[in-house]
Design a protein around this ligand. Structure first.
Ligand code: PMP
Length: 356
């Protein structure tokens, strides 16, 4: 069943920001997609409307008990001028997994797909052209019922925001400095870490602030039970290269199953690189570093794509990774992924979907 979308255009359009100073998540396009859920109607009233305040009641459940989820993906303007999304349906599937975990009503995957495609079509002039730029897409679902009992709400709002973005950390691929977090925890077994629940990000703020005060960009999260096994880095999945083997921890419910992580694993396997999903302890990393074998550490995620780590900070000092610059595997992955995303290279896996 196709989605019937009503379109109400903004009377005046905003000026577009300069492409060399977009930053991340600071500018929003003229329109949003919105759809409501009510018990008798299911998901209904799909519309593309000017980007205006949502009009939530102060008692809306999301404002009290954080029943809120989102996802994040990008559309790119290719070398040929056409706009394409990267792994759109995988992101839609993840949004529905997040919805399920927070007792929220899933949305027909075809409808999710259409909500994003149709909004980008309306806003296609907002997809930037500059190197490293993209249109960031933020599908979000919140509990909008005005009710203060603790139970799943019976009314929800789903909306999609679009934001033209530059690089996440910086436009240059300078390696990031990461503090190894021994006290704060991102995700515990049985908790919410496996999905994109808004509350995960609120909970992560003190650790990131403390890391910044120490002069680091982000934290490396360890497991909640033993504070020993490496998990994720900031809002990215984590890869390390020890000698000629690339390692990443296997997924369980304390990891967000990153779509960039999955893409990286597929590329490495295509290339015949030795790559293993297994648990890696912080002691193993320190040991490998002491023996000169810790060749690369990098994060993977939609915002920064590949983010090389140049420094790992511990209470007793910091370890420089490799020569403190992006390593060869991180660089090759970054080139390969951005080559596919900007349609400079063949899309063998069918990750890109043309919108225009
Ligand atoms: N882990 C967390 C906690 C994240 O927020 C993200 C960003 N979505 C990732 C990993 C990377 O996921 P992806 O590659 O799908 O963007």
């Amino acid at each position: 069943m196709t989605l019937d979308i009503a379109i109400r255009k903004a009377a005046t359009l905003k000026p577009k920001p300069a492409e060399d100073s977009l930053g991340f998540g600071r500018y929003f396009t003229d329109h949003v997609f919105v759809m409501d859920f009510a018990p008798d109607h299911g998901w209904h009233d799909a519309r593309i409307v000017p980007n205006e305040p949502l009009g939530l009641e102060p008692a809306a459940a999301v404002l009290h008990y954080a029943q809120a989820i989102f996802d994040g993906l990008k559309a790119f303007r290719g070398a040929d001028g056409r706009v394409r999304t990267f792994r759109l349906d995988d992101h839609c599937a993840r949004l529905n997994r997040s919805a399920k975990r927070l007792c929220m009503p899933p949305i027909d995957p075809g409808w999710l797909h259409e909500s994003i495609v149709e909004l980008i079509r309306v806003e296609q002039d907002w997809v930037p052209r500059g190197s490293g730029t993209a249109l960031y897409i933020r599908p979000t679902m919140i509990a909008s019922e005005a009710f203060l009992g603790v139970r799943p709400a019976d009314r929800y709002t789903y909306f999609v925001l679009l934001s033209p973005v530059g690089g996440y950390y910086s436009s240059k691929k300078d390696p990031v400095k990461i503090w190894v977090e021994m006290r704060h925890v991102r995700a515990a077994p049985g908790g919410l870490g496996g999905v994109k629940a808004a509350s995960n990000y609120a909970a992560s703020l003190p650790a990131a602030e403390e890391a910044k005060q120490r002069g680091f960009d982000q934290v490396l999260w360890l497991d909640a039970l033993e504070h020993r096994w490496i998990e994720e880095v900031g809002t990215m999945n984590l890869f390390v290269r020890i000698g000629d083997e690339v390692l990443t921890p296997p997924l369980d419910d304390t990891f967000l199953a990153g779509i960039t992580r999955d893409s990286v694993l597929r590329l490495l396997r295509d290339w015949g690189t030795k790559v293993t999903e297994r648990r890696v302890s912080i002691d193993e990393l320190r040991h490998a570093h002491a023996h000169g074998d810790l060749a690369e550490v990098f994060g993977t995620g939609t915002a920064a794509v590949i983010s090389p780590v140049g420094l790992l900070g511990f209470p007793d000092g910091a370890l420089t990774i490799g020569d403190g610059k992006a390593g060869p595997v991180a660089q090759r992955l970054s080139d390969a992924l951005t080559g596919i995303q900007y349609a400079r290279a063949e899309d063998r896996h069918g990750w890109m979907m043309p919108i225009t």
